[in-house]
Ligand binder design. Structure first.
Ligand code: HT7
Ligand code: ZN
Length: 873
């Protein structure tokens, strides 16, 4: 497969202004008739051929302006259909046959259970009909869906239903019209035996919108939270961005087989059932919050993505980065803002940093790709969102909002670029954002080495910053970035933020400095006392910032920093320093000794009367093994696991009574609600319990057992079950797993949790469990949720996936090979852990590389091919 380059972009030779589709549904032979209203693009010369994309389509008929085309008037090519000579403006009619039941890739029209559904982003529409499958071709759509009355009583598509009726042979039809021009990646169709939950929303201008969530009958009781989240998101987008919904109907459909979380099709969002269904007894707090975030994300796309879309797929972060930023802010406003930021940054620093440092690193706007499906990445989504956040902070909220209004009004109904977006922000703020644009073109995580010195004689604090972005594939040399650093200087005597004066200008006590050069010195004057700097507050830029903090400095910041995020971060840094020593001790076979400063810091935390229990729970959570690994030059899986376990157990032993007290203080018996206060108490209680169980404290074990049996809600049940299964108390864990598995055998989303809990356990039988569970009736390789729950979760189980006999790697590679055939998109994502082979010791490197080479022997899909080639380059 050949790469596509951004620099080769040209507008399409022809555009489609209106698209009429008729689907005659059949699992093995669906007929799709398309009538395209085509005209030559004004920027392209006359006489160019018309190129349509098409894959796995059996062409049955083709005509221009009603005249069937002869065999010599069109050509079927490897990628679609070409008509050498086409008029300036014409109607193109085609009819194709497709087989949804054979579509295991879950792109285009496929079947999930008995239901028909579509996934067209990024390039799935070409598996439905011949079409210019590119986002800069925007048309209005009119879609007629014909199905069997008994099997597909519900027939949905984008827009509004305008006609319906019965047909001979037990069939019926519905015609839908979508008045908003859209690219075909936003097309959707759903047909099946579904039930709906309905609600209403009155927009800010007083229009009534009908809201529907369509699910299989047995899930009717699991939609309340998604519906409430949708209404909150709609109101929030009106209040925060002035964006109003623009159709009379907004529908969400839950499907069980789906490659990603959800899809923002115009007026007909299709959701992975895991991203929409919740019930206190089946979904954890985290799942409730995820559902709220995803429902909001897809809804926000109605403007950032649908009304204004991407010119080409290189601009993917235009819609995804902006929309993730919007959903993150929404969730922060709706829940605990500091905790939301801690969670987002924790995840970002673990997973996106790893991506940026690995063989598949790419800029937020890539300049080439083989398979766009491989670019729905943390870099495009999350780093893209961090860039938008920096922009918001650089220009300030008011100018940002003006820029956003300008963007939506100037480009409404158009397909545009990242430059267009940033230009609106520059225009609205009057700021020069030229250097800032490098964030979009340069891959890799900038590293800043910071040094500070207090000049007692002059009351000045000198901060020296040096930035460097490591080389990434294809980008050996990097230019300096514009890095906004929010900071405070915390007085070591007063414990307060000191006034910041820079170049005679006051920045208040919490200010932003701009690092633009490779090396820059900032001298703060009138600094009354020696400070400890609190740098990059709130994670003000997606960078690694190194400052030679002493452990005393970190303990001080952990208690005194006025920035909640940096208080948490100081604790993490302190724990990491202690972990470093212990990892070295483990490797050298030296006795491990716990740093008493960490114990004291935790003792303080546990004593603290705090009203934000959610933040406290985060502060009591040690850095994950994956994040610790990110900090190591070479990952020693076993040493990291042993060191973290040692810290956890040492803290549990030293502070056992405090953890017990915190647990008891936070047991509540109020009816479950996914509300911030309750969620905070549950997470604090369950963190405390995890410490107690880590030392197999009898009282702790008994509390976990009782919590499981009390069966109050899934958050508590899953937390307790996980602790028991991850302990060595199999005599308690096994019956609990059995009870749980039997009770929930009928619920696929709960069974996914049952799979994950077992295969993430550190005990050495995890791999055997995976193999055993792959034969379980609830498992299926064609269902992405199952694959993620079982295989994906196992690949995150660091000690077992990285077994020295290579069996973990072999198992993953076997599954990747199988999925390469069935579902390439999932296969190429699943292989990621193997691509990070360079981070490990020589033995593991060889084993991992060997598996990648074994995969390379296969006849590979473009998705897997691209990833494997990069990994082995
Ligand atoms: N915009 C959507 C992306 C998406 C997707 C991409 C490739 C393959 C399957 C997919 N399902 C959804 C989802 C979003 O970002 O909102
Ligand atoms: Zn999105």
């Amino acid at each position: 497969p050949q790469p596509i380059h951004l620099s080769d972009y040209r507008p399409p030779a022809y555009r489609v202004t209106h698209t009429e589709l008729t689907f005659d549904l059949d699992p093995s032979a669906t007929r799709v008739k398309a009538r395209l209203h085509v005209e030559r693009h004004p920027e392209r010369e006359a006489g160019e051929p018309l190129e349509l994309d098409g894959e796995q389509l059996a062409l049955k008929a083709i005509a221009i302006d009603g005249q069937p085309l002869g065999d010599d008037e069109y050509a079927l090519t490897e990628s679609g259909l070409r008509i050498e000579r086409a008029p300036e403006r014409f109607l193109l009619d085609t009819e194709v046959e497709i087989a949804p039941e054979a579509n295991t890739a879950l792109e285009g029209l496929y079947q999930s259970g008995g239901m028909f559904c579509t996934q067209c982003e990024a390039e799935g529409f070409r598996r439905i009909t011949f079409y210019p499958d590119r986002p800069d071709v925007m048309a209005t759509f009119s879609t007629t869906v014909i199905g069997r009355l008994d099997r597909e009583p519900v027939l949905l598509s984008n827009g509004n239903p305008v006609e319906r009726g019965e047909l001979p042979n037990g069939r019926h039809f519905v015609t839908w019209e979508d008045p908003h021009p859209k690219p075909c990646y936003l097309f959707a169709l759903v047909a099946g035996d579904l039930e709906k939950v309905e609600d209403r929303f009155t927009t800010m201008s007083g229009r009534e919108v009908t809201l529907q969530i369509w699910v299989e009958e047995e899930n009717l009781g699991k939609t309340d939270h998604a519906m409430a989240s949708l209404k909150r998101a709609m109101r929030w987008d009106e209040e925060t961005y002035g964006r109003e919904y623009d159709l009379d109907l907004f529908m969400i459909v839950a499907v069980n087989d789906f490659n990603m979380g959800a899809m923002e099709n115009k007026g007909l969002n299709i959701f992975n059932s895991a991203a929409v269904l919740t019930h206190p007894h089946t979904a954890t707090d985290a799942a409730f919050q995820r559902v709220e975030g995803i429902v909001a994300h897809e809804y926000f796309h109605n403007w950032s993505g649908n009304r204004v879309t991407c010119r080409d797929w290189f601009q993917l972060s235009l819609k995804e980065g902006f929309t993730v930023f919007r959903d993150q802010t929404f969730s922060a406003d709706t829940n605990s803002a500091p905790v939301k930021r801690i969670e987002d940054v924790s995840f970002f620093r673990t997973a996106q940093f790893a991506e940026d440092a690995g063989p598949t690193a790419h800029p937020v706007r890539p300049d080439h790709y083989i398979e766009i499906g491989n670019f729905y990445t943390l870099t495009i989504y999350e780093k893209g969102a961090e860039i938008v956040r920096m922009l918001r902070n650089l220009v300030g909220w008011e100018a940002f909002r003006r820029g956003s209004d300008l963007y939506f009004s100037r480009f409404d109904g158009q397909a545009v670029t990242i430059e267009d977006f940033v230009a609106c922000m520059a225009e609205a703020s009057g700021q020069d954002l030229d250097q800032f644009m490098r964030w979009y073109s340069q891959a890799g995580t900038p590293e800043i080495d910071a040094h500070g010195e207090y000049d007692y004689a002059n009351g000045a604090y000198r901060l020296l910053l040096r930035q460097r972005t490591p080389a990434t594939p294809g980008q050996p040399d990097k230019a300096p970035q514009h890095i906004p650093i929010r900071l405070g200087l915390v007085g070591t005597k007063s414990g307060r933020d000191l006034r910041l004066t820079l170049d005679g200008e006051s920045l208040g006590t919490d200010g932003v400095i701009h690092l633009r050069e490779e090396e820059q010195e900032f001298v703060f004057t009138d600094v009354e006392e020696a400070p400890v700097p609190s740098l990059a507050r709130g994670f003000s830029a997606p960078v690694k910032l190194n400052f030679p903090y002493s452990r005393e400095d970190l303990a001080f910041l952990q208690t005194h920093d006025s920035d909640g995020f940096n208080r948490w971060d100081a604790g993490q840094r302190l724990a990491l320093l202690a972990l470093d020593d212990l990892i070295a001790a483990h490797r050298n076979g030296v006795e491990k000794v716990m740093d008493p400063r960490v114990v004291e810091a935790f003792r303080e935390l546990l004593k603290r009367e705090t009203d934000d229990k959610a933040v406290l729970a985060e502060m009591l959570t040690l850095p994950s093994e994956a994040y610790i690994a990110e900090q190591q030059p070479l990952v020693d899986v076993d040493a990291i696991h042993a060191a973290r376990q040692f810290v956890k157990q040492s803290l549990a032993m030293a502070l056992r009574d405090d953890f017990l007290r915190v647990y008891q203080e936070n047991v509540g018996d109020a009816p479950y609600a996914p509300e911030p206060e309750q969620i905070a108490a549950r997470s604090l209680k369950n963190v405390a319990l995890s410490y107690l169980v880590s030392i197999e404290d009898e009282e702790g074990i008994e509390l976990a057992r009782r919590q499981f049996e009390a069966d109050h809600n899934m958050t508590d049940v899953r937390a307790a079950l996980t602790l028991l299964v991850h302990s060595s108390r199999d005599e308690l864990a096994d019956p609990a797993l059995r009870t749980f598995g039997e009770k929930w055998a009928h619920d696929p989303l709960v069974m996914d949790q049952w799979f994950s809990v077992q295969v993430s356990r550190p005990q050495s039988d995890a791999l055997e469990r995976v193999k055993f569970l792959m034969d379980h009736p609830a498992f299926s390789l064609t269902n992405p949720n199952k694959v993620r729950a079982l295989i994906g979760a196992f690949a995150q189980n660091r000690v077992n996936f990285h077994r020295l006999d290579g069996e973990g790697y072999r198992l993953l590679a076997d599954v990747v090979i199988e999925l390469n055939r069935l579902n390439p998109e999932i296969a190429s994502r699943l292989v990621t852990p193997l691509t990070r082979w360079r981070r490990f010791d020589e033995t593991r490197q060889e084993l991992m590389k060997g598996e990648l080479e074994r995969i390379r022997e296969e006849k590979l899909s473009p998705n897997v091919y691209e990833v494997i080639e990069k990994a082995l380059a």
